[in-house]
Design a protein around this ligand. Sequence first.
Ligand code: COA
Length: 305
Amino acid sequence: MNEVVLPPDDGVEQLCSRLRIDRADRESTLAARPDPGEHPELWRVLERSYQVLLAQLGRRVPGNPAWAPLPAATGAVGRHLFVWVFLAVVPHVRDYHATIGLTDRESWDSLGALGEELELSRRLTGRAGLDATWGLPLVFSGTSFRLGRLAFERQPPGDDNAWNTHVPGDRTPLTSAACDASFARAMELAEQCGGHVDGFVCHSWLMDDQLQRYLPTTSNIIRFQQRFTRFTDRVKADWAPIEHVFHRRFDGDDVPPSLLDELPQRTTLERAVVTHLRYGGHWYNRTGWMRRRRTPVRHAPRLSL
Ligand SMILES: CC(C)(COP(=O)(O)OP(=O)(O)OC[C@H]1O[C@@H](n2cnc3c(N)ncnc32)[C@H](O)[C@@H]1OP(=O)(O)O)[C@@H](O)C(=O)NCCC(=O)NCCS
C-alpha cells in the first residue's frame, strides 16, 4: 500500500504555481499542514482519501458522491485537508495523464481546477480552504480533464458513452472556435486510447433556454447552448447563476430581494439574471445532449479510457 508523502514546503510553492493556486490560498494551505502526531484522526482521513484516489485512478466509478466538508471543529487544518490529499496525489495522476496521452500542458491545466476551486470557495464563503467538492476527486483521480477551453469527464461504464462537458469559469470567452477545438481534442483523445465518444452531455444553467430571451443570438453562451439538441431534466437552480456569475450564495430556495439589490448590473448577462428573478422567474439547470459522429480508430494501443 502506498504511504502518503506530503510535499515539503518549497515543493508546495512550486506545485501551487503549476496548479494556479493564488498566493492567499497558498499561504493558508502551508499554514494548515497536517501532522500525523498532532492531528492523528485527520491524518487517518487524509491517508484514506489518498488511498481512495489511487485506487480509482483512471476509473470513473458509479455514484461518485461529493467529498463533504470536515466538521467546523477541525478548523483550518480540516478545511485544507483535502488540498493536501490532492497535492500528494499529483505525481500519480500526472503519470496517469501521460499514459493516456494528455500533453504536459493539458495535464497541468486539468489539475489547475484546484486553484480555481479554492479561489471560488474563498470568494463564496469568505474562508480559505475547501467546502464540499464533487469535481476535484474526479480531476485528481484522472477521470476529468481540461482540454483547451472546456473540461470533460468520462461516464462510468454502462452509461451512455457520452462525455460530460464542463465550462470552467475562468472568464475567457467561450468562443465557437475554442469549443470546436476542445470537442475535437476530446474525440481525438478517446481514439488515441482505442475508444470513441458517442456524444457529449452538459448539465448546467448555461443550458437554460430562457437565456435566449435576454442574450443576442451572437452570444457565445447561446451558440454553445445551440450545439446541444436534446434536453432532459429541468431542475430549479436560481443558485447557479448567482454563484457562477456573481460569486454569491444565499440561504433557502429563493434569492432574497435584498441580495438582488446588491448585484452589479454592468453586463447583459448580469442584467438578465437579475431582471428575470425580479419578475418572478426562475433559472433552471438542464441536461443537454449532443451526438457526435463516430470516427474510425486510427491507431494506438488499447487503453481503458
Ligand atoms: C460561460 C462564460 C465563459 C461565457 O462568457 P462569454 O463568452 O463572454 O459569453 P457571452 O458572449 O454569451 O456573453 C454575453 C454577455 O454576457 C456577459 N457575461 C458572460 N459571462 C459573464 C459572467 N460570468 N459575468 C458577467 N457577465 C458575463 C458578457 O460580458 C456579455 O455581455 P455584454 O455584451 O454586455 O458585455 C462565462 O459566462 C463564465 O465564465 N461563466 C461561469 C462558468 C459557468 O457558469 N460554468 C458552468 C458551470 S455549471
